[in-house]
Write a protein that binds this ligand. Sequence first.
Ligand code: ADP
Ligand code: ADP
Ligand code: MG
Length: 667
Amino acid sequence: MDRSKLYRRFRTLLIANRGEIACRVIRTARAMGLRTVAVYSEADRDAMHVALADEAVLLGPARARDSYLNAERLIEAARKTGAEAVHPGYGFLSENAEFARACFDAGLVFVGPTAGMMTAMGSKSGSKALMEKAGVPLVPGYHGEAQDDATLAKAADKIGFPILVKASAGGGGRGMRIVRSAAELAPAIVSAKREAKAAFGDDRMLIEKYVDNPRHIEVQVIGDSQGNLLSLFERECTLQRRHQKVIEEAPSPTLNPAQRETVCAAARKAAGAVNYVGAGTIEFVSDGKDVFFIEMNTRLQVEHPVTELITGIDLVEWQLRVAFGEALPLKQDEIRLNGHAVEARVYAENPIKNFMPSVGKLSTWRLPAETGGLRIDAGYREGDAVSPYYDAMLAKMIAWAPTRDVAIDRLNRGLEDSDVRGIVTNIPFLSALITHPKVRTNAIDTGFIERELAALTSTAPAPGELELCAAAAAIVNDERQAAQGEANSPWQTFGWMPVGRRQRSFAFRVGHGPEQEISLNYGSGPSTLLIGERELAFTVAPKGGGFDLTLDGVKSSVAAVIDGHELYLRTRNGRFDLHWVDPFGGETEEQAGADKIAAPLPGTVVAVLAEEGAKLEKGAPILTLEVMKMEQTLRAPYAGVLKSIKCKVGDIVQEGTELAVVEASGE
Ligand code: ADP
Ligand code: ADP
Ligand code: MG
């Protein structure tokens, strides 16, 4: 086909995606002078990507199937706004050959490879057959057409256990099972097929030798429509959870320059086999010595920023130039590797509760400034809602430095300086992960996170003297700032009052832990804090996001967020979530609230486990909710009688909705 029909200059770009990647693409498109069109679902009316774009089109209801995955609506949106090109981002329709073809048929430039290239590389089996022919090293395995049990069993036997059963159409780590013996094979195939059918509508399987303690190494490639193809070095993405990347870095600390050249040459050969056009990634697993091709992703990857930071190339700019039909601006020997970059994926999830997704409003969203080698690609702003409909990734934090050690330190500092409230994030987990001594020395494999989970999710240390003082100071500082401008407020003259000595007491606790008390002495003379017998002189100097607390002559920076009676503090000792026990009766009301059986998150009722009128033991299951594919069972908070059930199976309930009433048995 004449490639000028596929790739040509355009002025208006529609971004068929949401979240951080939509925002990131808009930024570069705008810088190149293009007009940008966002698309959104009903759940995303107020989303950041909608605000950033020049124009925005509503696609439909929240469900991805009705909005971001609806090819017809997307093409109609392009027509309506005069968009001439479509950037698919990643996820959603980015690797859907039919969508690429539909764009072409509608006269739109698809920013990516042709539908034909996607089809050739889209199935893991098909691409492995191609790579085999091109002489790219593969993991030993079976990727044939025949799918009957006997053929698969024979193939597994020949490869030798352990093996990996993988959905040929798979992605995101789904439809994959490790099988360690012949006896486990049949049930593993059945369940992998079921998952693959549901997720991808295609249950064809391939079998691979399972590389023990593997590393994931991948190479960024990009080709233009004039026959030029470049590799832009490799990324190491070995830190994974359930086959999903968590931390990525470039270059790989595992490879020496000769190995680097070998893997990059293999990647060029792989992409060259289909005369690839656009940005793509060739993924390999490695046993630490050799690399084996596993798949190609025919799109921009989540972790592309680490490559951008070590090469100085804006990959979205290059994608757009390739889509314009231009030649790539550099030759292979002009691509330079400079320094080291590390990326962390910030998710709305709770690592302590089995990484349960967290949804709600981002009441606080403070990320550090993008200076000193730090880059932040975010898809959310303070006040935005995180809905349960889409991927839980909120942002990516990326740090560059001349060396790997400094890049890790910068990234960690960036994570530590971030404050997010209203939902739970994996930020403390990411921090623990990248500072782990074995990550530091690169003594890792893809199973590392699972093995070290306990250490990586251990809860924060108990609050000490500094934290109690900081908590009291945070409340006083907050009240003083609220009172500013209010004449005669006692806090305006906080620290020096002409009315004699006064005392105010505070009590704090962490979770259901014991209450810890601290008193503030103020009035004439300097204010002091009193913990037990110990009296400490202190001063507070407010600054953005918190204050400097000088305690016993040592000044230290405290970040503080107060949300009703919940205090979030960051001190030099780490992060602390404290509950302020209100002396004015707030507590009794709160205890009543805690006993209500209410939805902790928006979700769907999937099971009702007790009948009205039933006598319940404390902890007896009442109903099960499903929230973003995770099930959570709500239980009786105390022994009693189930007075009423206020929902039924299939109900979609909002956070805080009362679902059942339990009457305590009168003892
Ligand atoms: P891989 O498919 O090899 O994991 P990536 O690391 O680039 O490649 O991850 C892509 C994944 O990102 C998709 O499979 C999907 O789960 C997730 N995703 C899709 N769309 C979005 C989005 N808009 N924001 C955040 N994550 C997304
Ligand atoms: P997906 O499309 O879900 O990204 P991949 O084939 O890229 O599927 O595999 C996802 C992850 O699973 C890889 O990053 C790697 O950690 C692991 N993996 C894949 N194939 C193998 C293998 N043969 N041996 C060991 N681990 C593997
Ligand atoms: Mg992959």
